[in-house]
Design a protein around this ligand. Structure first.
Ligand code: SF4
Length: 220
């Protein structure tokens, strides 16, 4: 099966299994950016704690911008890599302020998608996945975040090459899926990766994607 029909067949089976999800903004785009930067190389539990502490220490982004980097490092300590993340977060917020005159990323809703992606990726510490999280989760724009679950499931199914990078998978799947399918595909693939297609022991015997899966047919 060529790649687009296969991606769409997988999408249909995931919809049958996990349903359709109404998009609602997770949080404002600036908060999503900071939250996602904090989530790099750590668990959700740790990054949630770091984000909560950051908001407690700096109730507004303007206060953070006026704050000392050392105080940011201390606030985000539970998330790890604070010495790298703190200056990056501060400089990202500074770049937003300089661009817009306020710390608000809503302008990314109204510009060309490629331009919005490029603007975010120009910030230090922001890669395609972080940019995609901001654009999809907060602004409802059709960009696919490829996290560890989306990458693993897509590789095993053969939607992308077995050793494809997250960037390559982002490019291939993003170009293949229609915009209206992207949010459901993301949510359902992550759910499938968490519940069935586990990293160590995928539960192929109880997976409805077996007929389409390269790993199930030749990888075991
Ligand atoms: S058949 Fe197995 S490897 Fe393929 S998607 Fe399902 S659980 Fe993952």
């Amino acid at each position: 099966m060529s790649s687009r029909p296969k991606v769409m067949a997988v999408h249909s089976l995931l919809l049958e299994e996990y349903g359709h999800h109404e998009w609602r903004p997770h949080r404002d785009a600036t908060s999503e950016l900071v939250r996602t930067m904090l989530s790099q190389n750590t668990s959700d539990v740790n990054s949630n704690r770091a984000f909560a502490r950051l908001q407690e220490r700096f109730p507004t982004w303007r206060e953070l911008l006026q704050g000392d980097v050392e105080d940011i490092v201390e606030a985000i300590e539970p998330g790890g890599l604070g010495r790298i993340k703190a200056p990056r977060i501060k400089s990202a917020l500074q770049a937003i302020l300089e661009e817009r005159g306020e710390v608000d990323l809503d302008f990314l809703k109204d510009i060309e998608l490629d331009e919005a992606k490029a603007w975010l990726i120009s910030l230090e510490g922001v890669g395609p996945k972080t940019a995609a999280c901001v654009l999809l989760f907060s602004l409802g724009r059709p960009v696919l975040p490829v996290d560890t679950h989306v990458l693993r499931v897509s590789q095993r199914l053969g939607l992308v090459a077995p050793r494809a990078s997250a960037e390559k998978a982002h490019e291939i799947l993003g170009d293949t899926l229609p915009g209206e399918a992207i949010y459901d595909f993301h949510v359902n693939t992550v759910t499938h990766g968490r519940r069935v297609c586990h990293a160590r022991r995928p539960q192929c015997d109880s997976c409805n994607l077996v007929p389409l899966c390269d790993y199930a047919h030749k990888g075991r």
